[in-house]
Each structure stands twice: as C-alpha cells, then as structure tokens.
Design a protein around this ligand. Structure first.
Ligand code: SF4
Length: 369
C-alpha cells in the first residue's frame, strides 16, 4: 500500500478558501499541486495535446496554455475536452479571450490585471460568465507587466506594489460577490517574491499560486524556485506551484515534484543518497551515481538507494537505505535493508544494484499491506 509520509517540519497550511480547477482541489484542504505551461503553439491542437500528455505522464497536475490569438482561442474547446488534466487558459491583453476560454470549458482562466486594458470595467461581465460556468479565475500579477498606475505610485515592482495590484483586482471581483479566485504575485527575485507572498498571505484568504517568474535556465531557476518555495511552504503558504525554467516543461514538473517531495509534501519516490566523493574514494562516485540514477529512472516506488565511495560512511548510509553499495578495493558490498547480501567486483556494481532495485520494487508493488 501507500507509504506513510513522515511528518513535515512545516507550519500548518495557511487556511484558505477552497476551489476546484477541474478535478483538482485547490486550497488548504488539498495537497499542493504542480503546474506547468505548454510551449507549443496552442492552435496546433495535436502538438499541444501531445505535450500535455507528456506533462501528465511526468506528474503534472494542472496545465496552462497561452492564448495570444483567435486561432488559439478556437483551439481551446478541443484541448480542454481531450486533455487528461485540467487546462487553464492564460490570457493577456484581450478580454474577449477570457470569455472564449470560459465558454470553451477551460478549467480556469488566468488573467493579468496589469496588461488587460480597461480590465476593471470588464470585471462584472467576467465574474458573471465565470460564475455561470463555475470557472475559477487566477489573478496573475507579474513584476514585468505591473499595472502602470502602481508602477508610477511605487516606482518599481516592490512587494507592496505587486500585492496592491492583486488585491485591487480581487476586490473588484469581490464587489460582484465573486470569490472563486487564486492569486499569484510573481517576481524574478526570490527575496522580493517571498516578501510579496508573505504580505499577500496576511491580507487575504484566497489560495495562492507560487512562482518565481523568469527564474532562468534550469540550474539557476531550480535553485531560485526551490529556495523561494521552501521559504514560503515552510510557513504554510502556497497551494499550487509552478517552476519557471528556460527548459522543456517536463523539467519544470520534475523540479516542482522534487521540491514537494523534499519537504515531505508528497510521498518520496526514488531517492539516491550518494556521497560527494573525496580523496578517500576508491571508485568513481559521480559515474556510479549517474549510472544508478539513469538505470532507475521512472521507478515509481519509494526507494532509498545509497551510493557511497568508501568504507567511512559507506556501510552506515548503505545500511540505512533500502539498498546500497559501499565501495572499496575494486569491489562493492551490496546492502539490502541493512544486510550485506553480496560483494561484487566494481564493474558489476551498477547492474547488481539495478537488479536488486527491480526485485525490491516488485515486492513493494505486490505488498498487500
Ligand atoms: Fe569520501 Fe568515503 Fe565520504 Fe564518499 S563516503 S565522501 S569517499 S569519506
């Protein structure tokens, strides 16, 4: 059966309003969900659905698609209907696409109050259409497209400016008694972003969508997002997350999922406990760790595999893991659940670990408890 998740070291989730994005519950009663956004031309329905299928397979909970043209808007009904996961339409500039997306059956619509002209005048109609279709709205404020009025008032995209923009729009929806809202206040600087979300969390009870916008290429973006989400989730803030990387969207899902697993907000799956290597190593630890990681990619069971370079910490870590190797003298001692089951020559370490991992995974899958 499912492994029990060890208790997180996090504050309890901030209590929020609840909403549903399609089949996915969003808010403090629900697990934190992971989102990404397609990079295909939305109007190319087959390519977009193909990418959504890849995202779904990699664990994406909710997907967002851009809608910059009428052709894209026209594609939304088919995409919303055929996607296996809820589809959010991402609308900038053109209020007419908000209505198109709602009517297309999208699970939610993201609007950017900073760059939809006369947005405030449209709120009544949008609230009406969204209510009629049961479609939640994400108010997505972004530092790069902050409402010009607030930019003038605050001088730049400060945390206060981002929050003021979001709360202003939420307030307009609230005037029409529409509260099916989640909010994001993204900034590319994790320090500004964390402060903005802290302020926002104090000022409303809407669920929050976390993102460090334009976080950069995979390495930098992963770190910025992990640090910022960690600081917020530690305080119980955050209901959905999106890691923005200049990299394929499946990578965003991997990183987002790993962040949640690292915080025990999701059950951990495969975990490689490998040492950094040092002058004592008697084996190429990097290569060994990479080969084991590659060999076990996609394994869907919670398995800790220790890959250790020598006998100092090796046997200890390998014993704590489900499976492990402690290397030395051209050989590897293979541990399973704390016991040395065999010693193999160095060139057999990877294949032995993978064999054993597969065997344990099969046992776990068949375990009726
Ligand atoms: Fe160095 Fe051994 Fe520790 Fe690896 S396990 S870092 S090789 S002392």
């Amino acid at each position: 059966g499912m492994p029990t998740i060890p208790p997180p070291v996090l504050a309890p989730r901030r209590t929020t309003r609840q909403l549903r994005v399609g089949a996915v519950g969003v808010g403090s009663d629900h697990p934190v969900s992971v989102q990404s956004m397609t990079t295909t031309v939305t109007a190319d329905i087959n390519s977009t659905l193909q990418q959504i299928a890849e995202l779904t397979a990699s664990g994406c909970d909710i997907v967002r698609v851009a809608c910059p043209s009428q052709d894209d808007a026209d594609a939304l009904p088919a995409i919303a209907r055929k996607s296996q996961i809820p589809v959010i339409a991402d609308i900038h500039f053109q209020p007419k696409y908000v209505f198109a997306a709602i009517e297309a059956g999208c699970a939610a619509v993201r609007v950017n109050p900073g760059n939809i002209k006369k947005f405030d005048d449209k709120v009544k109609e949008i609230a009406q259409a969204a209510r009629d279709h049961g479609t939640p709205i994400r108010i997505g404020v972004n530092a790069g497209s902050l409402d010009p009025r607030l930019l003038a008032k605050h001088g730049k995209a400060t945390p206060e400016a981002l929050v003021e923009s979001a709360l202003w729009e939420a307030g307009l929806f609230a005037e029409h008694d529409f509260h099916d809202i989640k909010i994001s206040v993204k900034h590319n600087d994790p320090v500004v972003m964390v402060r903005a979300y802290e302020l926002l969390a104090e000022s409303c009870d809407y669920p929050l969508h976390l993102g460090v916008t334009e976080a950069g290429p995979a390495f930098q973006g992963t770190i910025k997002s992990a640090v910022a989400f960690g600081a917020l989730l530690r305080q119980g803030i955050g209901d959905t997350i999106r890691v923005s990387l200049s990299a394929p969207p499946v990578e965003e899902i991997k990183v987002g999922t790993q962040i949640l697993q690292s915080l025990n907000l999701r059950p951990r799956k495969l975990e490689i406990v490998s040492c950094p290597s040092c002058g004592r190593a008697q084996v190429d630890v990097y290569k060994l760790a990479d080969e084991v990681t590659a060999g076990l990619d996609g394994l869907e069971v919670p398995l800790r595999v220790a890959v250790m370079g020598c006998v100092v910490n090796g046997p200890g870590e390998a014993r704590e893991a489900d499976l492990g190797v402690a290397s030395g003298n051209g050989k590897g001692q293979i541990f399973v659940k704390g016991k040395v089951i065999k010693t193999v020559p160095e060139h057999k370490i990877v294949e032995t670990l993978i064999e054993e991992a597969m065997r344990i995974a099969e046992e776990m899958d068949g375990d009726p408890s």
